[in-house]
Ligand binder design. Structure first.
Ligand code: FE2
Ligand code: FE2
Length: 176
């Protein structure tokens, strides 16, 4: 990614939205932390400052991945393995830049910013968006079941498929 392109993309925008407020808030925080690291590196901040900003970025990322993994586990998300493998790759790669940054290597810092910015653009727009859709559908389904179950027998509950469309489990043999 070109330098100017990286700078432009250091901001969260609605193109990254997964429409689950707690996840979107954390993505925004990661973009803010990335932008802070870029600024401190470009402004030739002190090593103490660079280390502090790097550590804060790393904890944002690590906590966010752990949070999404808790949500996936709790929701029994079918694509969790695939999604977590992407987190594992990013965790490993990010960790490789840290020793250099800690020793004052500005290039390692800029490479981290570039790597993570590109990774976030790709990951939030596909994998996190898929997870967001699944969590929203699940929440909608649970609300329907709770609402219908309180007023009607269980047979009368509304069923929705993964796309949020109604289906009848008695007649729909494809299950889709
Ligand atoms: Fe994710
Ligand atoms: Fe995420």
């Amino acid at each position: 990614m070109l330098y100017n392109e990286t700078m432009r993309s250091l901001k969260w925008s609605t193109s990254h939205a997964v429409f689950v407020p707690e996840i979107d808030d954390e993505h925004r925080e990661i973009f803010t932390a990335l932008s802070s690291l870029q600024k401190v590196l470009a402004g030739r901040g002190s090593l103490v400052e660079i280390r502090k900003v790097t550590q804060s970025l790393i904890s944002c990322v690590v906590e966010h991945f752990a949070h999404e993994e808790r949500l996936m586990r709790a929701a029994r998300y079918g694509s969790m393995r695939w999604h977590k493998q992407q987190h594992d790759t990013a965790r490993r790669r990010v960790g490789q830049f840290v020793p250099g940054i800690e020793q004052g290597n500005t290039k390692a810092g800029l490479e981290l910013v570039e790597y993570l910015t590109k990774w976030l653009h790709d990951h939030t727009r596909l994998s996190d968006r898929m997870l967001g859709a699944f969590l929203r559908n699940q929440q909608r389904f649970m609300c329907k079941v709770t609402f219908r179950a309180s007023t009607k027998p269980i047979e009368a509950c509304a069923w929705v498929d993964a796309n949020g469309d109604a289906f009848d489990p008695q007649t729909d043999e494809s299950g889709s």
